[in-house]
Design a protein around this ligand. Structure first.
Ligand SMILES: [Zn+2]
Ligand SMILES: [Zn+2]
Length: 224
């Protein structure tokens, strides 16, 4: 007997939450997000498709691989991850999960996503962010941005939240700080913004658990 994952047919695409750092392309023509774990080397756009991070020729999320985008189910889980230490200043993204997905206890691994809301992490001084400044690091072709209050941003190169949204195609919503709250980003359909396709295994904490699940699943289905 061959066991399969139960199929879901949700009325609307699932939502998820994840951590990432906002990035701006060197020519200032594109924005994106760099994940905080192994997928972070390749930033993704507002709407993007996962590619296998091992270069294998299969669609994400492949059952016997661990590629694909990752997200957590709830804002509270993402907030706990952000507060756990090293990612306090990362943005918490709310995403719409598109295409095929695999659901786990704590989150999902999936093929495509749209970033709907980005809650920008606090300024280094603790105040709510009002503008982006250079984050002091980057990826090839990209520089990271971090949120700053007006006072701390004075005298530095700045990118306004409005410009970030505009460069991203206008449908993204930015909120200052990590607080939870109404984030009704139900915008009208508009042009999809394509960025650099990236795999993005952002919720690294989930990884070990997912890998165990994968192996069990593989054994059950006789594919390992
Ligand atoms: Zn793969
Ligand atoms: Zn500040």
């Amino acid at each position: 007997m061959r066991l399969r994952l139960p199929r879901e047919r949700p009325a609307e695409p699932p939502r998820g939450y994840k951590l990432a750092n906002p990035v701006l392309s060197e020519d200032c023509g594109r924005i994106g997000f760099a994940g905080v774990a192994i997928g972070g080397a390749q930033p993704y756009g507002v709407v993007d498709e996962a590619r296998c991070m091992y270069g294998r020729r299969h669609r994400c999320p492949a059952l016997r691989c661990d590629c694909g985008f990752y997200c957590l189910h709830t804002f509270a889980q993402a907030l706990a991850l952000a507060r756990a230490g090293t990612h306090r200043r990362a943005a918490i993204l709310e995403v719409t999960v598109l295409g095929a997905y695999i659901r786990f206890e704590r989150g999902m691994r999936y093929a495509r996503q749209r970033v709907r809301v980005a809650r920008i992490g606090p300024c280094g001084c603790g105040l709510p962010p009002e503008v982006f400044v250079d984050g002091g690091w980057g990826r090839t072709g990209w520089r990271a941005l971090s949120g700053a209050c007006r006072g701390c941003a004075a005298g530095r190169d700045q990118v306004s939240f409005e410009d970030f949204v505009r460069i991203g195609g206008g449908r993204l919503r930015l909120l200052p700080g990590h607080r939870d709250g109404p984030a009704d980003a139900a915008a009208a359909p508009g042009p999809a913004v394509r960025g650099v396709p990236g795999p993005g295994a952002e919720a690294g904490v989930m990884q070990a658990r997912l890998d165990r699940f994968q192996r069990q699943l593989g054994r059950l289905s006789g594919e390992v």
